[in-house]
Design a binder for this molecule. Structure first.
Ligand SMILES: Nc1ncnc2c1ncn2[C@@H]1O[C@H](COP(=O)(O)OP(=O)(O)OP(=O)(O)O)[C@@H](O)[C@H]1O
Length: 245
């Protein structure tokens, strides 16, 4: 359950952007859908505690993460959310095992196999990462990077998972495969997710409730089937058109 309404003005040189986002949903799987530059990442960063709004509030499962009125702004690590960033955010100088263990224990940078915490081991097995535990991010594929990032995000047992374009960097075959894996994972895990995407196919496969964002504002919120009745892109909307919008 997420309930939020935030406002934030950003200025870069002469350019100004105003974010004014209200979301109220008990759906377990939410998508934020909209063109590049519409404010999807800023919204998720505000939920994660990486962007401080000018005003408003954010509540997840009844817990206030931010409230300008009450003077509450929880630190990112106190929010117990998993945030999978667009580029996966893996540390290049740490191997796969160290990346996954990073958030779990202080000083857990040199794990032996039998020293892997249970929470990490569970996801290493689920994502079949055993064979690449000693590899560095530069030495593994895009799909493997995504699985490592997901394992690291899930190992902290988050109350909500925030996924910023998790499939964008993958080629179309792997994209389809990982979309299926993500959908299966959502069904198995029962952890609420908020997914950012500009691909209608992601919305249809991975969300129950979609918020359409344009120019920093919500312009529609409905079921994926209402937004994309054919199960794919609405007439006139193509993925490329959205990318350059
Ligand atoms: N620190 C900042 N200062 C000023 N403007 C910013 C800042 N960060 C983002 N913006 C602007 O805010 C707008 C929304 O950015 P945001 O990253 O949320 O877009 P997005 O919808 O996630 O796009 P994409 O799909 O390309 O990732 C953009 O126009 C961007 O240029």
């Amino acid at each position: 359950m997420i309930s939020m309404h935030i406002k934030r003005r950003l200025q870069a040189g002469a350019r100004e952007f105003t974010l004014d986002i209200a979301i109220e949903s008990a759906a377990p799987r939410i998508a934020l859908f909209g063109p590049s530059g519409s404010g999807k990442t800023l919204t998720v960063q505000a939920i994660a505690g990486l962007l401080r709004p000018d005003s408003g509030y954010i509540q997840v499962n009844g817990v206030t993460l931010y409230s300008s009125e009450q003077g509450v702004f929880l630190a990112p690590q106190a929010r117990h959310l998993a945030y999978l960033q667009q580029n996966y955010g893996l540390f290049p100088h740490l191997n796969v095992a160290q990346n996954i263990g990073f958030g779990l224990k202080k000083g857990w940078l040199n794990p032996r196999r039998n020293a892997l915490p249970e929470a990490a081991r569970r996801w290493i097995e689920a994502f079949e990462l055993e064979a690449i535990l000693g590899s560095y991010p530069a030495e593994i594929s895009g799909g493997q990077k995504q699985r490592v990032a997901l394992a690291r995000a899930l190992a902290v047992e988050p109350r909500m998972v925030l996924l910023d374009e998790p499939l964008a960097a993958l080629d179309s075959t792997l994209r389809q495969k990982m979309r299926g894996e993500l959908a299966a994972l959502q069904a198995r895990l029962n952890i609420p997710t908020i997914l950012i995407t500009h691909d209608p196919a992601d919305v249809v496969a991975l969300a129950d409730h979609v918020y359409q964002i344009e120019n920093g504002r919500i312009v529609a919120n409905c079921s994926p089937q209402q937004l994309f009745p054919s199960g794919r892109a609405a007439p006139g909307i193509t993925q490329d058109a959205l990318k350059i919008a």
